[in-house]
Design a protein around this ligand. Structure first.
Ligand code: ADP
Length: 482
């Protein structure tokens, strides 16, 4: 028996109170008697008893109300209810409230000690179980905390040693984390940048442009150029509930390779053009130098057709070379609608031949572009030419021009074959022809590369939205003339 257990009695003075006090004393318990509600509260404040016996009425309050309040504050406190007389109503309420015992007269000494002891035993078992559970949960939590701590340091080590630059930003674009590579890329040696706004700590126009553009559209890649010739491909990835991550890969060597390849293509194309011109000239002379039979004439025309084809290809390649080299600097106010009319005049025959219905929708407040008119015509020709080429007979083409802030939006929409989703990003690459390019549709795969170069050189954006079997929409954004 736990001799030091304190039993608090909340009973009005009566012979029963005396009997209980004596009995519990002689059973070795420490006993305290609350004289009124204030005394009861004080006792509870000074030392929480091991058990409490509360009378049916105490200090003019219902024993149940007192027990209920106490259980709300001390849910594990064992409380025995003492009723003046036994009724099923009392017993039921005591049971419902979760009291641990119930006494009523006539009372024998053994009734009191047994009920008290039983309640204390049960409460101590409950206490043991609770302590065990708490220990178990705490140790598993500690274990988990240890694990996540080691995971975290592993992750820190991985991020720190990654060759690519990694910056993690919070939702206000302040730096949460930046790895070694970022310090090297931006020469930030010795600077403390964590916790500071990115635009204050890393002043790079291309990086700022990526962050601004990342918010307003599907574009999440951006090239970051440095004065010393280094080029990085930066990728922006939103991270839910944190902010975003920017990763940067060094693509300087790829850019250099690309430049060498372009130089090579440019030189070869240039050298091929002159002999081709003279071949074409001679084929035309042959026709004039004497009578040819029908077969000879047909072969000659096929020859001329092929030479035209190669010449167009070479001209495209030379054009691309010039565009990529940044030679295209001519800028003037260009009325896009006017250029469209010239382009549509050229395609009129093809549209009629394929019975394609054409719709145009041009906003009346269309601003002029600040552009090179020859390049804009070339861009329109390529987009409209493709729409016709990749739309079966009897299809529809829609061309719209509208304004969004200070940008002109051009859309060329068709009801053609469409482009498979995984190829949509690649159609702007040089020589790329998507798998939808039906075999007898001729092409070199350079048209859209030229479109992209033209749009890039005018600080615009171009992309495609397409559904196989339904059609494609090429969308171009170009800055309007101020
Ligand atoms: P090509 O000379 O092959 O037409 P482009 O560079 O103009 O080359 O286009 C690249 C590829 O993109 C095409 O081969 C074709 O697969 C696809 N493409 C371009 N425009 C369309 C379009 N309007 N509808 C469907 N596919 C298209």
């Amino acid at each position: 028996m736990a001799k030091q257990d304190l039993i608090l009695l909340a009973l009005d003075p009566s012979p029963i109170l005396g009997l209980m006090e004596r009995t519990l004393h002689s059973a070795g318990f420490e006993v305290a008697i609350a004289s009124d509600l204030i005394g009861l509260n004080k006792s509870m404040h000074e030392a929480i008893p091991s058990l409490m016996i509360v009378g049916e009425k105490f200090a003019e309050q219902s024993g149940f109300t007192i027990a209920k309040e106490l259980l709300e504050r001390f849910p594990t406190l064992p409380i025995i209810f003492y009723a003046e007389q036994d009724t099923t109503g009392f017993a039921k309420t005591a049971l419902k409230m979760g009291l641990s015992g119930y006494l009523y007269p006539p009372l024998k000494v053994s009734d009191i000690t047994e009920e008290v002891q039983r309640s204390l035993d049960r409460s101590s078992k409950l206490g043991d179980w609770l302590r065990r559970e708490v220990r178990r949960t705490t140790s598993s939590l500690t274990e988990r905390a240890k694990l996540s701590e080691s995971e975290r340091s592993k992750l820190d080590a991985i991020i720190a040693n990654i060759q690519d630059g990694v910056i993690v930003l919070d939702d206000k674009k302040s730096i949460l984390l930046a790895n070694h590579a970022i310090y090297d890329i931006f020469n930030l040696d010795g600077k403390e940048i964590t916790g500071r706004p990115l635009d204050e700590m890393i002043k790079n126009a291309d990086l700022q442009a990526l962050l601004i553009r990342a918010g307003d559209g599907p574009l999440k890649y951006h090239e970051i150029n440095f004065d010393d010739g280094r080029v990085f491909n930066a990728q922006y990835t939103p991270i839910p509930r944190i902010g975003a991550a920017v990763t940067m890969q060094d693509i300087s060597y790829l850019k250099e390779l690309d430049r060498l390849k372009s130089d090579f293509i440019h030189t070869v194309s240039h050298d091929l053009r002159s002999p081709l011109t003279s071949i074409l000239g001679y084929t035309e002379l042959v026709e004039r130098t004497g009578p040819l039979n029908a077969n000879q004439l047909e072969f000659l025309h096929r020859l001329q057709g092929s030479i035209h084809h190669i010449t167009t290809l070479i001209n495209d390649l030379l054009d691309l070379g010039r565009l990529e080299a940044g030679f295209d600097t001519r800028r003037e106010a260009v009325q896009l609608e006017g250029v469209l009319h010239y382009s549509l005049d050229m395609f009129d025959g093809q549209l009629k031949k394929k019975k394609i219905i054409l719709n145009t929708d041009i906003t009346p407040d269309l601003h002029p572009l600040r552009a090179n008119p020859i390049r804009i015509r070339q861009m329109l020709d390529n987009l409209i030419g493709n729409a016709i080429k990749y739309t079966p007979d009897g299809g529809r083409i829609g061309i719209s021009m509208s304004m969004q802030d200070d940008q002109v939006i051009l859309k060329v929409e068709d009801t053609g074959y469409g482009i498979p989703p995984d190829e949509q990003g690649r159609v702007f690459e040089k020589f790329y022809r998507a798998t939808n390019a039906v075999e007898d549709i001729e092409g070199s795969g350079l048209g859209l590369a030229i479109v992209k170069s033209i749009v890039d050189s005018h600080q615009g954006r171009v992309w495609v939205e397409s559904v196989v079997g339904k059609g494609s929409t090429f969308i171009v954004l170009l800055p309007a003339h101020e």
